[in-house]
Design a protein around this ligand. Structure first.
Ligand code: SF4
Ligand code: SF4
Length: 164
């Protein structure tokens, strides 16, 4: 996995133009069964990919924390939300709560998430490749192909299967 992660930004850069073109077409005319096709591609990829061997998302890019996330996780730690925020979060340029630092504080050396059951919604949904109306988040996916090997593979397989 280390080797794969090392090469991923370069591989994603090589495919950037091609992917951008493909996504532009996808946004213009999304296939009728895109949601179910994405579900299938996502499930197939995650049968092969074990996130515990990777954790690159947790190491390199933190999630956004919604107010609900903050409430749930603070409760888990028995902290006041304001104390949790002061200890772990900061406000970014888009006015969202994000981690003060990456790798994420809650990531263990064994790649397990210490707050897995109460983790932020964005962590649960990453890399968003099984999301409804996938064609609406292609800009995020374009970025994620350089971070997440599964997202990279899913996009490659999409181009093979979905003829636009
Ligand atoms: S979601 Fe992607 S980047 Fe995150 S651990 Fe799984 S394969 Fe790695
Ligand atoms: S909260 Fe858990 S899943 Fe989310 S980035 Fe941190 S370690 Fe990863």
């Amino acid at each position: 996995m280390e080797e794969i992660l090392k090469d991923l930004p370069e591989k994603a850069k090589d495919k950037h133009k091609e992917n951008k073109k493909f996504f532009a077409k996808l946004r213009k005319k999304p296939p009728k069964h895109l949601d179910s096709q994405m579900q299938e591609l996502h499930e197939e990829e995650f049968e092969r990919t074990n996130c515990l061997n990777c954790a690159n998302c947790c190491k390199t890019t933190g999630p956004l924390f919604t107010n609900k996330d903050v409430e749930r996780i603070s409760k888990h730690f028995r902290l006041k939300p304001s104390v949790f925020i002061d200890t772990y979060l900061r406000v970014d340029e888009d006015n969202d709560y994000v981690l003060q630092q990456v790798p994420c504080t809650f990531l263990g050396a064994d790649n397990y998430c210490s707050i897995y059951d109460v983790r932020p919604k964005a962590c649960r949904e990453y890399p968003h490749t099984d999301r409804k109306d996938f064609h609406k988040i292609t800009n995020i996916t374009l970025k994620n192909t350089a971070i997440c090997p599964a997202a990279y593979n899913i996009v490659e397989e999409m181009k093979r299967r979905i003829k636009l």
